[in-house]
Design a protein around this ligand. Structure first.
Ligand code: T3D
Length: 256
């Protein structure tokens, strides 16, 4: 059904795999369209409660295809291709995990940064490659990077464009976990299935309002918390969590 990505789902988890391994999964206009469609699908599908984005072959994603663009207006490439994809990803009220299997460069880093969690293979690396081709970080990179690592480190990474290893990324707080290559996919699967068995509505509300907190003051955040708690408090998962606690058993959350 897709040309540049693979899409499959199992155990409540959607797996989206960027699939142009010969170009280290570089983005094209078709890939933007397909990613947007796949992400929209995960948002709508009630059976999907977590999403994994990864890359085929030895790379996660090498950013924009430097050989393939026929559009000289890069602003338009961003507005039509990358920006809707990043906006969609952030607005999905379900956890999204970047399974960074290998090198992530340029907009490939941006894609990983826009996800809610990053799990890296020990073979992964991150490179803000934009500067090496005379460009600026895009696709939300200037938004997420300083928020994740702080302004000074973000400037250093973006301006110097030096490659950092998975372990260095972990030290900076960019990744949740670094896994040995042999067990990488199992570790991602375990993490994703765990998230998919949690109270999905509450996770979605945490994501929505934690994102909004960046541009809000304390009184606004207090009100968001009240709104979110009213909604979370009326879910079946809240009822189940309290019943399970009182009955001293493990809760079975359904995402409703
Ligand atoms: O419209 C716009 O352009 C605006 C939007 C911009 C967003 C951006 O993402 S700008 C940044 C674009 N990305 C890059 O500049 C990264 C370019 N790639 C690299 O720097 C390196 O390939 C890596 C550091 C990612 C990996 O290095 P290495 O040594 O492991 O692999 P390699 O040998 O360089 O690449 C392997 C093949 O993939 C090679 O093809 P070949 O020689 O085997 O036929 C290489 O050309 C190809 N490849 C890698 N990255 C890209 C690519 N082909 C097209 N576009 C790429 N981005």
């Amino acid at each position: 059904m897709f040309e540049t990505i693979n899409y499959e789902s199992r155990a409540g988890v959607a797996w989206i795999t960027l699939n142009r391994p010969e170009k280290l999964n570089a983005f094209t206009a078709v890939m933007h369209k397909e990613m947007l469609a796949a992400l929209k699908n995960t948002g709508k599908d009630k059976d999907i409660r977590a999403i994994v984005i990864t890359g085929a072959g030895r790379a996660f994603c090498s950013g924009q295809d430097l050989g393939g663009s026929d559009n000289p207006d890069y602003g338009e490439v961003l507005r039509k291709g990358y920006n809707p994809m990043i906006q969609e990803l952030v607005s999905i009220e379900k956890p999204v995990i970047a399974a960074v299997n290998g090198v992530a460069a340029g907009a490939g880093v941006s894609l990983a940064l826009a996800c809610d969690f990053r799990i890296a293979s020990e073979k992964a690396s991150f490179i803000e490659a934009f500067i090496h081709v005379g460009l600026v970080p895009d696709s939300g990179n200037l938004y997420f990077l300083p928020r994740l690592v702080g302004h000074a480190k973000a400037m250093e990474l973006a301006v110097l464009g030096e490659k950092i290893s998975a372990d260095q990324a972990k030290e900076l707080g960019l990744v949740t976990k670094v896994a040995e290559e042999e067990v990488f996919i199992q570790e991602v699967e375990t993490f994703a299935v765990k998230l998919a068995s949690m109270p999905t509505k509450a996770i979605g509300l945490i994501k929505r309002y934690m994102n909004k907190s960046w541009e809000s003051d304390l009184s606004e955040v207090l009100e968001y918390e009240a709104l979110a708690q009213k909604t979370a408090g009326s879910t079946e998962d809240h009822k189940e969590g309290v019943s399970a606690f009182m009955e001293k058993r493990k809760p079975e959350f359904t995402g409703r």
